[in-house]
Ligand binder design. Structure first.
Ligand code: OAD
Length: 230
């Protein structure tokens, strides 16, 4: 089976009711990145940061995957599908996708401030992280999120997946944030690249097949186009 790598961003989950970051009324219009999504912010005012992510987590628990997520899961019938997502939600997994690599962490997990590489599941019935919640060694827990200024531990694995792919699909990302946006550099010339987004996305690559649609409709169109590939 051909290897299909899908890079997803916030737009993938927009139709599930989760705000994107940079659209009008996106999250970064209402919050300052440096106040809620950096290690310095967590040191300065941990409660503000915990509140922000506790709110995101509570919202996620009310959301469901959309037809785009389900459509990608269905492509596993015909392709070896690897999803690389910048999203911290678990909607790809809930829709049934088997291989999901989270570049920016996972909302339904925590980790200790001393060991950000070992995640713990957050039970949906107790979705908040509080000041004073610790691991077994007494270290404060924090969201398992890759904050701005932190290394992206999964990037090497993501690069390998892109290098080994036959087809690449990009869905719902403004390609503003590196190193995720740089993954397109690793797509070989001549290899098909599809980009699904209702708005224009700036990229230096000239060999992209744009599907100007939202995620649900876009994945439907993509599925048809993939049938015509040799
Ligand atoms: P952005 O908010 O930057 O971009 C969202 C993209 O989704 C835009 O190109 C929109 O046009 C598109 N979009 C909107 N509605 C859509 C729909 N229904 N279907 C498909 N696409 C739609 O989000 P990201 O590129 O994901 O990082 O942002 C990257 C990172 O920046 C995030 O992972 C987050 C953020 O700061 C961290 O928090 C570490």
């Amino acid at each position: 089976m051909k290897k299909l790598v899908v890079l997803t961003g916030a737009g993938m989950s927009a139709e599930s009711g989760i705000s994107t970051f940079r659209d009008s009324d996106g999250l970064w219009e209402n919050y300052r990145v440096e106040e809620v999504a950096t290690p310095e912010a967590f040191t300065r005012h941990p409660q503000v940061v915990l509140d922000f992510y506790n709110q995101r987590r509570r919202q996620l628990l009310t959301c469901e995957p959309n037809l785009g997520h389900y459509g990608l899961a269905a492509l596993e019938k015909d392709f070896d599908v690897e999803i690389i997502t910048q999203n911290v939600d678990d909607l790809h997994e809930r829709a049934g996708s088997s291989n999901v690599l989270h570049l920016h962490g996972e909302l339904m997990k925590s980790c200790s401030v001393k060991d950000t590489g070992t995640p713990f599941d957050i039970p949906p019935e107790h979705p908040d992280i509080h000041i004073g919640d610790t691991d077994s060694k007494g270290n404060q827990l924090r969201p398992f999120i890759v904050w701005f200024g932190e290394a992206v531990p999964m990037i090497d694995q993501a690069i390998r997946l892109v290098e080994e792919s036959d087809i690449v699909v990009v869905i719902g990302t403004s390609l503003n944030v590196y190193p995720a946006a740089g993954l397109l550099n690793y797509v070989r010339r001549g290899q098909p690249i599809y980009l699904i987004d209702p708005k224009e996305v700036n990229t230096y690559r000239t060999d992209i097949h744009f599907i100007r649609a939202g995620a649900s409709e876009g994945v439907k169109q993509l599925t048809e186009l993939l049938k015509d590939l040799p």
